[in-house]
Design a protein around this ligand. Structure first.
Ligand code: HEM
Length: 184
């Protein structure tokens, strides 16, 4: 493991501004979250299926899409329950989700628009069901935290793999990146 997921969670909560009011509101709407999770999964996979590259990833192995639907519903519901009050279990799970996507080669270009679809569709459903605007904001914040975990996993896993493979020091790696960026 390259980062401490719980410490990272705390940093993100501060940066994104996820408050105890957000958490209470999410918990209060937990049953609704579960109720709409399957419909959100439909939107999500319909969106991924319209992109040839992502469609190929989804159908690359037998039973993958079926497994994914189930894990999506679970993931979506967990944003409302917070699992262990958005504690260590939540953070470890989000980190793990990030690592799984890095292993499959799914990068920021795939994940960011996919999360935007979730935010957009949940916002539409919220209005249709007469839910408060505050819930939309709370959901937006937790979605951004989950997104940051996947994005950070990409950076951390790549960095630690290069360091392990080459034996370079952290300082040398940073210098090479700074130098490379300066040349672009
Ligand atoms: C909002 C962004 C996303 C979320 C929240 C999400 C959620 C998840 C979750 C919860 C898992 C299960 C992780 C585990 O096994 O522990 C997973 C796996 C996976 N995701 Fe995503 N995902 C996202 C974006 C994407 C995108 C853009 C793709 C591109 C096609 C994708 C394809 C996959 C694949 C192929 C797996 C592994 C499935 C398997 O074979 O078991 N995901 N995702």
């Amino acid at each position: 493991m390259t980062i401490d997921p719980l410490a990272f969670m705390a940093t993100l909560e501060n940066r994104i501004g996820l408050t105890s009011e957000d958490k209470s509101l999410l918990k209060l709407n937990e049953a609704w979250g579960l109720e709409i999770a399957s419909e959100m999964a439909d939107h999500f996979y319909a969106y991924l299926g319209r992109d040839p590259e992502m469609k190929a990833i989804l159908n690359a192995t037998e039973g993958r899409i079926h497994r994914l639907r189930e894990t999506f519903v679970q993931w979506f519901h967990e944003m409302f329950t917070g699992m262990d009050d958005w504690g260590n279990t939540y953070a470890q799970r989000r980190w793990r989700i990030g690592v799984v996507h890095v292993q499959i080669g799914i990068g920021p270009q795939h994940v960011v628009p996919a999360m935007a679809v979730v935010v957009h569709e949940v916002g539409r459903k919220l209005k249709l069901n007469g839910k408060p605007e505050a819930l939309q904001e709370s959901l937006g914040r937790i979605c951004m935290i989950d997104l940051a975990f996947i994005e950070q996993a990409y950076v951390e896993v790549s960095r630690s793999a290069v360091l392990k493979e080459t034996g370079w020091s952290e300082a040398l790696f940073k210098r090479l990146i700074t130098h490379g960026a300066a040349l672009m």
